[in-house]
Design a binder for this molecule. Sequence first.
Ligand code: SD4
Length: 308
Amino acid sequence: MIGSQITFAEDEKSDGGRTEKRPLIISTWPFGKPGNEVALKTVEAGKSTLDAVEAGIRHVEASGNQTVGLSGKPNAAGFAQLDACIMHGPGHKAGSVAAIEGIKHPISVARRVMEKTPHVMLAGDGARWFALQEGFESIDISERPKKVKAWKKEQKQRRSEAPAGSAENHDTITMLVLGPDGTLSGGCSTSGLADKLPGRVGDSPILGGGLYVDNKVGAAGATGIGENVMRYCATFMIVEFMRQGLSPTDACKKIIERIKSYEPENKNLAINFIAIDKQGRFGAAGTDKFPHSVTYPGFSEVLTADAV
Ligand code: SD4
């Protein structure tokens, strides 16, 4: 913790908050907190919210925490394929990479796609090729066949230890930043669900799925089983709910209720959302209790949202 108490609005005592302080940063999971603190310092050093999102997420990607980036959980064939996207409110700009291999900082490649190409999204070998052309830090992926063999041996046991969607398999940093001038930026980076099929793309690099930023309204991000997020354009909907006047917390809860109403009652959806609005309100909700990190000048904490 780098500060004091949070002040909650009257109607949001248990499940969200609000602050006048800027920058305001919210991210998924406790491992987002050190990333938030890097993002805070980045804005305090006079850099943009976009720089802050990139720096904060790079910090988590490089942490070797076995959740995000190259140290993240391998896919069903034994190697990490990474997804990332970034959005910047002014100009409604976005960049994204999907199923990229052997690149240390997918969030920076997503930003480069946004800033240097006429495209929004690059995938697979093409995304790696672009990253190499641009000089991004990479590792050799020619060892892949050996890894596949070793992985097959372990696979059965690992699966029974931590089924996809369980807490141990969460592996996504999504970060939203509201800057001093009201600018919003967001980013998302993940190794995706453990044991996913090679080539599987989750919600994280999909705009409106794992992340959505609307500079007039607010921003929302997701983590959890991507298939249960992207089929509902969940973060786009959260931002639209906020546009209609819902608080970030209520908007996150409402999309979970909506998704639940379409799915079988006993299905473990394993989805979680964070959101902030232009006014500095923030909130989160999950299908289980959902720890997320909130940081602003004088405050940096892991909060836990109630299960919906
Ligand atoms: C995915 N949404 O690839 C990601 C996984 C995740 O916490 O967020 N896990 O579906």
